[in-house]
Design a protein around this ligand. Sequence first.
Ligand SMILES: *Cc1c(COP(=O)(O)O)cnc(C)c1O
Length: 373
Amino acid sequence: MKVPFVDLKAQYLSLKDEFDAAVAEVMSETAFIGGRYAAGFETSFAEYLGVNHCVACANGTDAIEIALKAIGVEPGDEVLLPANTFIATAEAVSNIGAKPVFVDIEPTFYNIDTAKIEEKITPKTKAIIAVHLYGLPAEMDKIISISRKHDLKVLEDSAQAHGATYKGQKIGSFGDAATFSFYPSKNLGAFGDAGAIVTTSSETAARARLIANHGQAAKNRHTVEGRNSRMDGIQAAVLSVKLPHLESWLEARRANAKIYDELLRDTDLRLPVEPSHSRHTYHLYVVQVPDRDVVQAKLGEAGIETGTHYPIALPFMEAYSHLGHEPTDFPVAYSQMGKILSLPMYAELTAEQIEHVCSTLKKAVSLSAAANE
Ligand SMILES: *Cc1c(COP(=O)(O)O)cnc(C)c1O
């Protein structure tokens, strides 16, 4: 039995007629960029999250750059972010001329270790980026209280966590702004690149909108230099078809995670943990296994696709070698990177597929353990 890591086709087929009609409508109206489809999605996504404003843009990386500028991060400022995240989080900081400063992650939940944030704060620190990695909210209460104490801005990189909740409130509504990616394989994915910035501040929203559209305040009146980062009408129409289904897809992911939990409970593998005050949305179901590379290759031979998020934590990545970091600077991020394994996870995954993944995984783990004896 083949088990792909994600299956975008399954979701497309489940709503094919609606997608096809929505895309045809955009084309017949030649509403290619921005326009009523983008505006419609902005309104419904803001409503879904419980925030006042949503600014649609071209992708989740642009969204971070635009949001950082909109909340006042300037060249030379330092921005704190977790050592384990996708490079886009750090790249966005560098691309606006600010400096990414990594903070180690917490060993159980994989998010930024809030106990290690304050030691990284300097007079140049301007903001903290909370990444809700794998679909699990970062510890927002602690992050917000540290930010108030030190007068810092907070940005939530929510690219992996659409619809996740922290203490009953949807993520994206805690920080000064939050960003989303709608890259096709995210929990809410478009048919190409797309992203959004959300905020409760009308001032921040207005600034983000200005930056994302060439600083154009009115036709041919550019009040600042901005950039081109707008959402396509086709992507907005696709996302509007999908949004009403997001909750049921998230529930399906959670149900799949429960099946994994139960089938893997009797092993020594470290499983994802959901704190009682959070709703994990399982963008990724990440376990820790000894001999990860061997186990991963065995699963691959059996037709089971897995991933690693991420095999090299950012401080140790070539792109950041100029920072001169050592493993002891980020012991948790360093020690987990050889063990983490992301198992197949998507709403349409079947119980039968999960059972097959788990039994193959258990066999691979015991084989590698026997080989090491
Ligand atoms: C996917 C992702 C991004 C970037 O989003 P794009 O739409 O691909 O630019 C940023 N941060 C995190 C944590 C992501 O997973």
